[in-house]
Ligand binder design. Structure first.
Ligand code: SF4
Length: 367
Protein backbone atom coordinates (compact mmCIF):
# COMPACT_ATOMS: atom_id res chain seq x y z
CA UNK A 1 0.00 0.00 0.00
CA UNK A 2 2.78 2.38 0.95
CA UNK A 3 4.68 1.88 -2.30
CA UNK A 4 1.56 2.47 -4.33
CA UNK A 5 0.58 5.59 -2.40
CA UNK A 6 4.11 6.91 -2.77
CA UNK A 7 4.11 6.25 -6.49
CA UNK A 8 0.67 7.49 -7.44
CA UNK A 9 -0.93 9.77 -4.83
CA UNK A 10 -0.69 13.52 -5.31
CA UNK A 11 -0.41 16.24 -2.74
CA UNK A 12 -3.76 17.84 -3.25
CA UNK A 13 -7.05 17.93 -1.32
CA UNK A 14 -9.10 14.79 -1.21
CA UNK A 15 -10.80 12.03 0.76
CA UNK A 16 -9.60 8.50 1.37
CA UNK A 17 -11.04 5.20 2.56
CA UNK A 18 -9.19 2.36 4.23
CA UNK A 19 -10.72 -1.02 3.41
CA UNK A 20 -10.52 -4.39 5.12
CA UNK A 21 -9.85 -7.62 3.17
CA UNK A 22 -13.60 -8.18 2.72
CA UNK A 23 -14.16 -4.68 1.36
CA UNK A 24 -15.52 -3.11 4.54
CA UNK A 25 -14.68 0.60 4.79
CA UNK A 26 -12.98 0.74 8.19
CA UNK A 27 -11.92 4.36 8.16
CA UNK A 28 -12.62 7.51 6.15
CA UNK A 29 -10.51 10.64 6.26
CA UNK A 30 -9.76 13.82 4.34
CA UNK A 31 -6.73 15.95 3.86
CA UNK A 32 -5.46 19.07 2.19
CA UNK A 33 -2.54 16.92 0.95
CA UNK A 34 -3.67 13.36 0.38
CA UNK A 35 -0.25 11.90 -0.37
CA UNK A 36 1.46 13.36 2.69
CA UNK A 37 -1.44 12.36 4.89
CA UNK A 38 -1.62 8.78 3.66
CA UNK A 39 2.13 8.26 3.99
CA UNK A 40 1.97 9.52 7.57
CA UNK A 41 -0.16 6.50 8.50
CA UNK A 42 2.74 4.19 7.75
CA UNK A 43 5.00 6.06 10.16
CA UNK A 44 2.65 5.79 13.16
CA UNK A 45 3.84 4.08 16.34
CA UNK A 46 2.23 0.69 16.84
CA UNK A 47 -0.04 1.96 19.64
CA UNK A 48 -1.33 4.88 17.59
CA UNK A 49 -4.68 4.88 15.85
CA UNK A 50 -3.09 5.29 12.41
CA UNK A 51 -1.13 2.05 12.87
CA UNK A 52 -4.28 0.21 13.89
CA UNK A 53 -6.03 1.45 10.76
CA UNK A 54 -3.16 0.25 8.57
CA UNK A 55 -3.16 -3.13 10.39
CA UNK A 56 -6.86 -3.65 9.75
CA UNK A 57 -6.81 -2.49 6.13
CA UNK A 58 -5.52 -4.26 3.08
CA UNK A 59 -6.24 -1.47 0.63
CA UNK A 60 -6.76 2.26 0.51
CA UNK A 61 -8.69 4.29 -2.03
CA UNK A 62 -8.75 8.00 -2.53
CA UNK A 63 -10.44 10.65 -4.60
CA UNK A 64 -9.37 14.21 -5.10
CA UNK A 65 -11.55 17.15 -4.26
CA UNK A 66 -11.33 20.73 -5.48
CA UNK A 67 -10.46 22.09 -2.03
CA UNK A 68 -10.11 21.20 1.62
CA UNK A 69 -13.65 22.44 2.18
CA UNK A 70 -15.00 20.18 -0.56
CA UNK A 71 -13.04 17.28 0.96
CA UNK A 72 -14.53 18.03 4.37
CA UNK A 73 -18.08 17.88 3.04
CA UNK A 74 -17.35 14.70 1.08
CA UNK A 75 -15.76 13.09 4.15
CA UNK A 76 -18.94 13.70 6.13
CA UNK A 77 -21.05 12.15 3.37
CA UNK A 78 -18.82 9.09 3.22
CA UNK A 79 -18.86 8.65 6.97
CA UNK A 80 -22.64 8.81 6.98
CA UNK A 81 -22.79 6.35 4.11
CA UNK A 82 -20.34 3.75 5.40
CA UNK A 83 -20.39 4.43 9.16
CA UNK A 84 -16.79 3.16 9.44
CA UNK A 85 -16.10 1.58 12.79
CA UNK A 86 -12.76 3.33 13.33
CA UNK A 87 -14.11 6.83 12.77
CA UNK A 88 -15.01 8.69 15.91
CA UNK A 89 -18.05 9.90 14.09
CA UNK A 90 -18.37 13.60 13.89
CA UNK A 91 -17.69 14.35 17.52
CA UNK A 92 -15.43 17.23 16.63
CA UNK A 93 -17.87 20.02 17.39
CA UNK A 94 -20.47 18.30 19.45
CA UNK A 95 -19.07 19.57 22.73
CA UNK A 96 -19.83 23.17 21.77
CA UNK A 97 -23.50 22.79 21.00
CA UNK A 98 -26.56 21.11 22.34
CA UNK A 99 -29.77 20.24 20.55
CA UNK A 100 -33.23 19.65 21.88
CA UNK A 101 -34.55 16.39 20.55
CA UNK A 102 -38.22 15.57 20.37
CA UNK A 103 -38.61 11.81 20.41
CA UNK A 104 -41.19 9.94 18.40
CA UNK A 105 -43.56 7.34 19.75
CA UNK A 106 -46.82 7.33 21.67
CA UNK A 107 -45.88 10.04 24.17
CA UNK A 108 -42.98 12.08 22.77
CA UNK A 109 -40.56 13.68 25.21
CA UNK A 110 -37.86 16.31 25.01
CA UNK A 111 -34.20 15.44 25.48
CA UNK A 112 -31.08 17.59 25.44
CA UNK A 113 -28.41 15.94 23.31
CA UNK A 114 -24.99 16.85 21.91
CA UNK A 115 -25.49 15.69 18.36
CA UNK A 116 -27.68 13.61 16.12
CA UNK A 117 -28.02 9.89 16.69
CA UNK A 118 -28.27 7.29 13.98
CA UNK A 119 -32.07 7.38 14.04
CA UNK A 120 -33.33 9.70 11.33
CA UNK A 121 -36.87 9.71 12.64
CA UNK A 122 -36.29 12.32 15.32
CA UNK A 123 -36.82 16.06 15.34
CA UNK A 124 -34.04 18.34 16.52
CA UNK A 125 -34.09 22.00 17.51
CA UNK A 126 -31.02 24.12 17.83
CA UNK A 127 -28.14 24.31 18.05
CA UNK A 128 -27.96 25.96 21.46
CA UNK A 129 -25.06 27.08 23.58
CA UNK A 130 -24.81 25.66 27.11
CA UNK A 131 -26.26 22.17 27.42
CA UNK A 132 -26.79 22.46 31.15
CA UNK A 133 -28.78 25.68 30.99
CA UNK A 134 -30.78 24.36 28.06
CA UNK A 135 -31.50 21.25 30.13
CA UNK A 136 -32.89 23.38 32.95
CA UNK A 137 -35.01 25.36 30.51
CA UNK A 138 -36.39 22.16 29.01
CA UNK A 139 -37.35 20.94 32.49
CA UNK A 140 -39.31 24.15 32.99
CA UNK A 141 -40.98 23.74 29.63
CA UNK A 142 -41.97 20.16 30.48
CA UNK A 143 -43.40 21.28 33.81
CA UNK A 144 -45.30 24.17 32.30
CA UNK A 145 -46.91 22.03 29.61
CA UNK A 146 -47.21 18.76 31.47
CA UNK A 147 -44.96 16.71 29.23
CA UNK A 148 -43.38 13.59 30.57
CA UNK A 149 -39.68 13.38 31.35
CA UNK A 150 -39.43 9.78 32.46
CA UNK A 151 -37.42 7.04 30.82
CA UNK A 152 -38.20 6.29 27.20
CA UNK A 153 -39.53 2.79 27.83
CA UNK A 154 -41.96 3.86 30.57
CA UNK A 155 -45.27 2.16 29.61
CA UNK A 156 -48.00 4.61 28.59
CA UNK A 157 -51.71 4.18 29.29
CA UNK A 158 -53.78 6.93 27.74
CA UNK A 159 -57.29 7.60 28.98
CA UNK A 160 -58.69 6.81 25.53
CA UNK A 161 -57.38 3.26 25.49
CA UNK A 162 -60.58 1.57 26.74
CA UNK A 163 -59.23 -1.91 26.24
CA UNK A 164 -56.67 -1.15 28.90
CA UNK A 165 -59.09 0.25 31.45
CA UNK A 166 -59.02 -2.89 33.49
CA UNK A 167 -55.28 -2.99 33.84
CA UNK A 168 -54.47 0.68 34.37
CA UNK A 169 -51.86 1.09 37.05
CA UNK A 170 -53.34 3.04 39.93
CA UNK A 171 -50.21 5.00 40.64
CA UNK A 172 -48.10 6.91 38.16
CA UNK A 173 -44.45 6.11 37.55
CA UNK A 174 -43.38 9.25 39.43
CA UNK A 175 -44.86 12.07 41.46
CA UNK A 176 -44.99 14.63 38.64
CA UNK A 177 -48.59 13.75 37.81
CA UNK A 178 -49.68 14.18 41.43
CA UNK A 179 -48.05 17.58 41.68
CA UNK A 180 -49.58 18.58 38.34
CA UNK A 181 -46.35 18.82 36.43
CA UNK A 182 -47.17 16.00 34.05
CA UNK A 183 -50.44 15.17 32.30
CA UNK A 184 -49.88 11.59 33.43
CA UNK A 185 -50.07 9.62 30.19
CA UNK A 186 -48.75 6.64 32.17
CA UNK A 187 -51.92 6.40 34.26
CA UNK A 188 -54.66 7.56 31.92
CA UNK A 189 -54.30 11.14 33.13
CA UNK A 190 -54.96 12.39 29.59
CA UNK A 191 -56.00 11.15 26.19
CA UNK A 192 -53.41 10.67 23.47
CA UNK A 193 -55.00 13.64 21.67
CA UNK A 194 -54.60 15.90 24.70
CA UNK A 195 -50.99 14.90 25.01
CA UNK A 196 -50.38 15.45 21.28
CA UNK A 197 -51.89 18.93 21.54
CA UNK A 198 -49.31 19.81 24.18
CA UNK A 199 -46.56 18.39 21.98
CA UNK A 200 -47.75 20.62 19.12
CA UNK A 201 -47.59 23.61 21.45
CA UNK A 202 -44.04 22.73 22.43
CA UNK A 203 -43.03 22.42 18.78
CA UNK A 204 -44.48 25.82 18.00
CA UNK A 205 -42.77 27.31 21.02
CA UNK A 206 -39.36 25.84 20.16
CA UNK A 207 -39.81 26.93 16.57
CA UNK A 208 -40.49 30.45 17.78
CA UNK A 209 -43.56 30.20 15.57
CA UNK A 210 -46.25 30.93 18.11
CA UNK A 211 -47.09 31.64 21.71
CA UNK A 212 -49.43 28.67 22.02
CA UNK A 213 -48.19 27.51 25.42
CA UNK A 214 -48.69 31.00 26.82
CA UNK A 215 -52.18 31.26 25.33
CA UNK A 216 -53.13 27.98 26.97
CA UNK A 217 -51.91 29.21 30.33
CA UNK A 218 -53.68 32.55 29.96
CA UNK A 219 -56.94 30.71 29.22
CA UNK A 220 -56.40 28.41 32.23
CA UNK A 221 -55.68 31.40 34.47
CA UNK A 222 -58.89 33.05 33.33
CA UNK A 223 -60.87 29.89 33.89
CA UNK A 224 -59.36 29.36 37.38
CA UNK A 225 -60.17 32.97 38.29
CA UNK A 226 -63.73 32.60 36.99
CA UNK A 227 -64.13 29.61 39.30
CA UNK A 228 -62.64 31.61 42.17
CA UNK A 229 -59.76 29.13 42.38
CA UNK A 230 -57.21 31.85 43.07
CA UNK A 231 -54.60 29.47 44.39
CA UNK A 232 -54.51 27.60 41.09
CA UNK A 233 -54.59 30.86 39.14
CA UNK A 234 -51.51 32.03 41.05
CA UNK A 235 -49.65 28.78 40.28
CA UNK A 236 -50.54 29.14 36.60
CA UNK A 237 -49.44 32.77 36.59
CA UNK A 238 -46.03 31.66 37.89
CA UNK A 239 -45.80 29.13 35.08
CA UNK A 240 -46.72 31.79 32.55
CA UNK A 241 -43.98 34.07 33.80
CA UNK A 242 -41.46 31.24 33.66
CA UNK A 243 -42.46 30.44 30.09
CA UNK A 244 -42.10 34.05 29.02
CA UNK A 245 -38.62 34.06 30.51
CA UNK A 246 -37.90 30.75 28.79
CA UNK A 247 -38.80 32.12 25.41
CA UNK A 248 -36.20 34.85 25.85
CA UNK A 249 -33.73 32.27 27.12
CA UNK A 250 -34.17 30.05 24.08
CA UNK A 251 -33.65 33.00 21.80
CA UNK A 252 -30.45 33.87 23.68
CA UNK A 253 -29.12 30.30 23.73
CA UNK A 254 -29.85 29.64 20.11
CA UNK A 255 -26.75 29.84 17.99
CA UNK A 256 -27.45 32.24 15.21
CA UNK A 257 -27.81 29.68 12.43
CA UNK A 258 -29.02 32.53 10.24
CA UNK A 259 -25.48 33.93 10.27
CA UNK A 260 -24.44 30.83 8.31
CA UNK A 261 -26.41 31.82 5.21
CA UNK A 262 -24.39 33.06 2.28
CA UNK A 263 -22.74 32.33 -1.03
CA UNK A 264 -19.28 30.94 -0.36
CA UNK A 265 -16.70 31.01 -3.14
CA UNK A 266 -13.87 28.55 -2.59
CA UNK A 267 -10.77 28.74 -4.77
CA UNK A 268 -10.05 25.23 -5.99
CA UNK A 269 -7.07 23.20 -7.01
CA UNK A 270 -5.93 24.10 -10.52
CA UNK A 271 -8.68 26.66 -11.00
CA UNK A 272 -11.50 24.31 -9.99
CA UNK A 273 -13.24 27.09 -8.08
CA UNK A 274 -16.58 26.23 -6.55
CA UNK A 275 -19.52 28.15 -5.26
CA UNK A 276 -21.46 26.81 -2.30
CA UNK A 277 -24.91 28.02 -1.49
CA UNK A 278 -25.07 27.75 2.27
CA UNK A 279 -28.34 28.41 3.95
CA UNK A 280 -28.85 28.08 7.71
CA UNK A 281 -25.63 26.16 8.12
CA UNK A 282 -26.15 23.59 5.42
CA UNK A 283 -24.85 23.30 1.87
CA UNK A 284 -27.88 23.58 -0.42
CA UNK A 285 -25.96 23.64 -3.68
CA UNK A 286 -22.46 23.32 -5.09
CA UNK A 287 -21.60 24.75 -8.50
CA UNK A 288 -18.53 25.43 -10.60
CA UNK A 289 -17.77 29.12 -10.78
CA UNK A 290 -19.70 30.34 -13.85
CA UNK A 291 -17.58 31.12 -16.89
CA UNK A 292 -20.31 32.26 -19.25
CA UNK A 293 -23.37 34.47 -19.13
CA UNK A 294 -25.54 31.40 -19.50
CA UNK A 295 -23.90 29.68 -16.50
CA UNK A 296 -24.20 32.85 -14.51
CA UNK A 297 -27.93 33.17 -15.26
CA UNK A 298 -28.45 29.54 -14.23
CA UNK A 299 -26.57 30.10 -10.99
CA UNK A 300 -28.61 33.19 -10.20
CA UNK A 301 -31.74 31.12 -10.59
CA UNK A 302 -30.35 28.58 -8.10
CA UNK A 303 -29.42 31.34 -5.68
CA UNK A 304 -32.89 32.75 -5.86
CA UNK A 305 -34.44 29.30 -5.27
CA UNK A 306 -32.20 28.47 -2.32
CA UNK A 307 -32.55 31.81 -0.61
CA UNK A 308 -36.22 32.14 -1.36
CA UNK A 309 -37.38 34.40 1.45
CA UNK A 310 -40.90 32.99 1.38
CA UNK A 311 -39.72 29.62 2.68
CA UNK A 312 -40.85 29.08 6.25
CA UNK A 313 -37.97 29.59 8.67
CA UNK A 314 -37.93 27.01 11.40
CA UNK A 315 -35.63 26.16 14.29
CA UNK A 316 -36.06 22.49 13.42
CA UNK A 317 -33.07 20.69 12.02
CA UNK A 318 -33.68 17.33 10.35
CA UNK A 319 -31.47 14.77 12.05
CA UNK A 320 -29.59 14.00 8.84
CA UNK A 321 -28.51 17.66 8.69
CA UNK A 322 -27.31 18.08 12.27
CA UNK A 323 -23.78 16.85 11.58
CA UNK A 324 -23.41 19.11 8.56
CA UNK A 325 -24.55 22.11 10.54
CA UNK A 326 -21.99 21.33 13.25
CA UNK A 327 -19.31 20.76 10.64
CA UNK A 328 -19.89 24.10 8.93
CA UNK A 329 -20.06 26.05 12.17
CA UNK A 330 -16.77 24.40 13.18
CA UNK A 331 -15.18 25.25 9.83
CA UNK A 332 -16.00 28.93 9.97
CA UNK A 333 -15.02 29.15 13.62
CA UNK A 334 -11.63 27.56 12.94
CA UNK A 335 -11.06 29.66 9.82
CA UNK A 336 -12.83 32.98 10.37
CA UNK A 337 -10.88 34.51 7.49
CA UNK A 338 -12.96 32.30 5.17
CA UNK A 339 -15.94 34.50 5.95
CA UNK A 340 -14.28 37.14 3.78
CA UNK A 341 -15.05 34.86 0.80
CA UNK A 342 -18.72 34.79 1.67
CA UNK A 343 -21.25 37.23 0.36
CA UNK A 344 -24.92 37.56 0.91
CA UNK A 345 -26.81 36.10 -2.08
CA UNK A 346 -25.89 37.99 -5.23
CA UNK A 347 -24.15 37.51 -8.57
CA UNK A 348 -20.65 35.95 -8.17
CA UNK A 349 -17.69 37.14 -10.21
CA UNK A 350 -15.36 34.66 -11.92
CA UNK A 351 -11.67 34.86 -11.12
CA UNK A 352 -9.35 35.32 -14.09
CA UNK A 353 -7.88 31.81 -13.83
CA UNK A 354 -6.94 28.95 -16.10
CA UNK A 355 -9.30 26.31 -17.37
CA UNK A 356 -10.98 24.11 -14.81
CA UNK A 357 -9.94 20.46 -14.74
CA UNK A 358 -11.69 17.38 -13.57
CA UNK A 359 -10.86 16.76 -9.94
CA UNK A 360 -12.26 13.50 -8.77
CA UNK A 361 -11.01 10.49 -10.68
CA UNK A 362 -10.77 7.70 -8.11
CA UNK A 363 -7.43 6.14 -7.18
CA UNK A 364 -6.59 3.17 -5.08
CA UNK A 365 -3.76 1.15 -3.64
CA UNK A 366 -4.23 -2.48 -2.75
CA UNK A 367 -1.98 -4.57 -0.57
S1 SF4 B 1 -46.19 10.99 35.68
FE1 SF4 B 1 -45.88 9.17 34.44
S2 SF4 B 1 -45.66 9.91 32.34
FE2 SF4 B 1 -45.40 11.66 33.71
S3 SF4 B 1 -43.19 11.79 33.97
FE3 SF4 B 1 -44.00 10.58 35.69
S4 SF4 B 1 -43.85 8.47 34.97
FE4 SF4 B 1 -43.64 9.76 33.20
Amino acid sequence: MRAHVRATAKDRPGVYRWLSPDGEVVYVGKSKRVRTRLLSYFRCESDEKGARIVREATSVEWEYAPSEFAALIEELRLIKRYRPRLNVAMKRDARHFAFIKLTRGAAPKLLVVRGAGADDAQIYYGPFHGAQRVGEAVRELNDALGLRDCRLDQPMHFADQPELLQIFPRTPGCIRHEIRKCLGPCVGGCTSREYDERVSLVRGFLDGADDGPMDVLRRDIQSASDQLDFERAAVLRDKLQRLEALREQFIRFRFAVETLSFVYTVPGHDGDDRIYLIRRGRVRGEYALPRSEEDRARLLEMVSDVFNPTEHETAQVPSHEVDELLLLSSWFRRFPAELAKCVSPGPPTPRPRGRRQSSSAPHSAAA
